[in-house]
Design a protein around this ligand. Sequence first.
Ligand code: 6V0
Length: 314
Amino acid sequence: MRKPGKIVIVGTGFVGSSTAFAIMDAGLATELVLIDVNRAKAEGEAMDLNHGISFVKPVKIWAGDYEDCKDADIVIITAGANQKPGETRLDLTKKNAQVTKSIVENIIKYTKDAILLMVTNPVDVLTYVVYKVSGFPKNQVLGSGTVLDSSRFRYLLAQHCQVDVRNVHAYILGEHGDSEIAAWSLTNIGGVNFMQECLLCGKNCSPEVKEEIFNKVRNAAYEIIGRKGATYYAIALAVRRIVEAIIRDENSILPVSSVVDDVYGIKDVALSLPAIVNKNGVAKVFDIPLTDEEKEKLKNSAQIIKNVINSLDI
Ligand code: 6V0
């Protein structure tokens, strides 16, 4: 098992600082470096976290610079603008693509070995930008993808069925955004395929109920942003989960975003599919058995991301 290592977080806003807190609390790092263009913000977050250090496993936390990416196991990028009310994730693209490009150019001056984990939105497009700008192998670049969306999906299904969320296995795939798809055919509760028969009530949910659950997943970020201005706790826990899978070499199956090599004809684009995550990053992307309708929706989602990538000057 890899030892808890050095983790760098670039961007210490809501998402970056919540992620730092989650990683610190989980004892996943021995060194945690915070970098932000607003140096005072990174320093303030480091001070605040350090004051709780006596309550967690030993970890050194400091506000650093890109030189600190040397020897890092993982560099997490959460820097950039966030979604404003009414703004789609894709609206953010041009702004955040330039920010991402300059950050990655700085990171790769100091490391060729770190796993680069993208969180900034639109996460699939920017995961691709990280891949292109870094020149790193595909396995070494991933995005948080639909790990968060899948957690929202599992939570809502668990609520609907009144069952422990840990017994619900379900994936949101494709874009982390408006074109994402619910892979209903893969959904199972307690080992029973949800589409055949619900383990709990013995019936099938109507298409209307399923559509309502999926709409709540897809619109979750808009709903939260409309109320509190940003989302950060659940994404921080999703990132912590990905980091854990890497640091502990878990071979966990997570729907992270990565640049895929010909899945249903989809290639040269980053999007989420169930993948094995371990110390090497994305070890394997699964060619999962979807229905024809789900495949078409996945291809559509890939095309939407690709169109945005093609419109960028990177
Ligand atoms: P925020 O609170 O505005 O923080 C962004 C931080 O980035 C600020 O502290 C900035 O100073 C810093 N920053 C900006 N430019 C640079 C730069 N060039 N170098 C270093 N630091 C820089 O935003 P918040 O933390 O709420 O969101 C960050 C990103 O995460 C946004 O793009 C969100 O849309 C995205 N999210 C992604 C999610 C996902 O599931 N992938 C979920 C929630 C938010």
